[in-house]
Design a protein around this ligand. Structure first.
Ligand code: FAD
Length: 481
């Protein structure tokens, strides 16, 4: 019987576990995607770069499938209804999809499996999004890891299991590409194909093209080529400087699967790009955490941290969101997020720490803002990193690690280039004042053409006293034991 491949966050037609498995059955293979209203209706805005990105990526996927004789069937509505209906209409024997680790996605997949069962159709879920999932990487006691470094070591060891440590990366079984050659079946004419426009599904175009973000497999390929041909070798040196082009910018592509994680890990190993490989392992780590500890979606990973009382300070939250805290690097970062839907990792750490530990605001409110804004928003990585920043998550460090927003600025944007790019009102402020403009007296402000408190805010909190308040706030964690 034919098979149906249900694409979700894996918008490519190569090295794709579900597509590969369907092709191996030897029957006709149909391909479908659903713009799922259960997800789309919950988005805070109709002007969403993610939806725009998916739309562009589907066009690339459809073109690739058409070149192979098929076409992508695209539906708009509830996946729990459309997938069983399509499976029945196509008389398939099974539906293949790649496993998802988010609680809502797991529930959806279970509902689809239930709807398919009475039709005699199975839903097969494949590991594709990560290198290792489930219990593949465990502690000696057989429990999931909760701290990154030992997880990373075990992850690397697992990769080399049953092979020599000198085996070339493409011979490691867990990194083998899933072959996807073979024809794709064209759906019968009574089933419509073709991709709806953004307006058809109730969304608007965004500034993605203006940002130079090319969706789909071609966009991923171009970014990877540019990174692999040089920058990857300097990643460890440049990755912490937001004004430099030091990182890969691949996160949105990893989010929507327009590039395969296995290929990236193979290349990272072959190029001995260890620092970059570590980041890919962090990605696996947080998927594993979300999969095993789904309570993190609502609550602290470490329960004692649920006792913390956060400040209810809507104006503080609004100033942080808008990039108007009076701390230039924090503000530059928050404005980068609003404008681009992306923020440099160093700045995600800084702004997250600033929200929880300088403003005393619940990390979940920051997490929600990032979730609404980030093109690469991924529940696992976002939640895991926010909890890391709030110290409530998987981290061996104690909670009294509190970033100093001024010294971080001096260290990671030493020339102030990044600040000047996103906070133009500070463009003429001389470097010695740029990281802490409130230290300028009136004449210095005049010379820089700025009046603080009018053209750019004075700091909404004073770091040293905020730090003391945070240490007191977090003391309850110790009491909880
Ligand atoms: P590179 O530095 O080139 O890294 C390569 C890839 O490794 C990334 O694309 C990403 O898939 C993965 N990666 C890197 N760092 C991490 C990390 N700390 N945790 C998990 N995976 C990582 N990343 C997301 O993909 N989605 C999110 O929603 C997200 N939210 C974050 C929230 C906070 C508060 C923080 C501190 C970090 C968050 N990150 C998130 C992790 C990281 O900041 C981004 O993955 C990275 O900045 C993306 O840029 P890049 O692709 O150039 O990364």
């Amino acid at each position: 019987p034919p098979a149906l491949v249900w694409f979700r966050r894996d918008l490519r037609d190569h090295d794709h576990a579900a597509l590969s498995a369907a092709l191996r059955t030897g029957g006709a293979v149909y391909c479908a995607f659903v713009f799922d209203t259960d997800i789309l209706d919950a988005l805070p805005s109709r002007h969403d770069r993610r939806v725009h990105f998916i739309h562009g990526s589907l066009q690339a996927l459809d073109a690739a499938l058409r070149a192979r004789g098929g076409a992508l069937i695209v539906r708009h509505g509830r996946a729990v209804q459309h997938i069983p209906a399509l499976a029945q209409a196509l008389a398939v024997g099974a539906v293949h999809a790649n496993r998802d680790y988010e609680p809502a996605a797991k529930a959806r997949d279970q509902a689809v499996a239930h709807a398919l069962a009475p039709l005699g159709i199975a839903l097969h879920l494949h590991k594709d999004q990560v290198v290792f999932d489930g219990d593949a990487v465990r502690t000696r006691a057989g429990t999931p890891f909760t701290v990154f470094t030992p997880y990373k070591n075990a992850w690397r060891q697992r990769l080399l299991q049953h092979t020599s440590p000198h085996a070339p990366p493409d011979e490691l079984p867990d990194l083998a590409a899933h072959p996807c050659a073979g024809p794709i079946a064209s759906p019968p004419p009574r089933l419509s194909t073709g991709i709806p426009t953004l307006a058809d599904i109730g969304f608007e175009a965004t500034n993605l093209p203006e940002l130079g973000i090319t969706p789909g497999m071609p966009g991923a390929r171009a970014l990877w080529d540019a990174f692999a041909q040089g920058r990857i070798q300097r990643y460890a040196d440049l990755r912490d400087y937001p004004a430099r082009r030091g990182v890969s910018y691949l996160s949105v592509h990893l989010r929507f699967g327009t590039i395969a994680i296995r290929a990236l890990v193979r290349h990272a190993l072959a190029l001995r790009a260890d620092a970059w490989l570590d980041e890919l392992i962090w990605r696996d780590f947080f998927f594993m955490i979300l999969d095993h500890f789904p309570h993190v979606v609502e609550r602290a990973f470490k329960p004692a941290y649920d006792a913390i009382e956060w400040d209810d300070w809507p104006q503080g939250l609004a100033a942080w969101q808008a990039g108007r805290t009076g701390y230039p690097l924090v503000d530059a970062a928050m404005r980068q997020l609003l404008h681009c839907g992306w923020m440099h990792n160093r700045l995600r750490m800084l702004t997250a720490s600033f929200l929880c530990k300088d403003l005393g605001i619940d990390w979940r409110l920051g997490e929600r803002h990032f979730a609404a804004q980030l093109n690469d928003f991924d529940l696992a990585a976002n939640n895991g990193n926010w909890q890391w920043a709030a110290s409530s998550g998987c981290d061996a460090q104690p909670y009294f690690r509190i970033f100093n927003p001024v010294s971080q600025s001096q260290k990671f944007d030493p020339q102030g280039d990044f600040i000047r790019r996103y906070v133009p009102e500070l463009a003429r402020v001389p470097l010695p004042f740029l990281h802490a403009p409130w230290t300028m007296d009136r004449s210095a402000q005049q010379a820089a053409g700025i009046v603080l408190g009018r053209d750019y805010p004075l700091p909404i909190v004073e770091h040293a006293s905020a730090r003391q308040r945070t240490l007191m706030r977090y003391a309850v964690v110790k009491e909880q034991g």
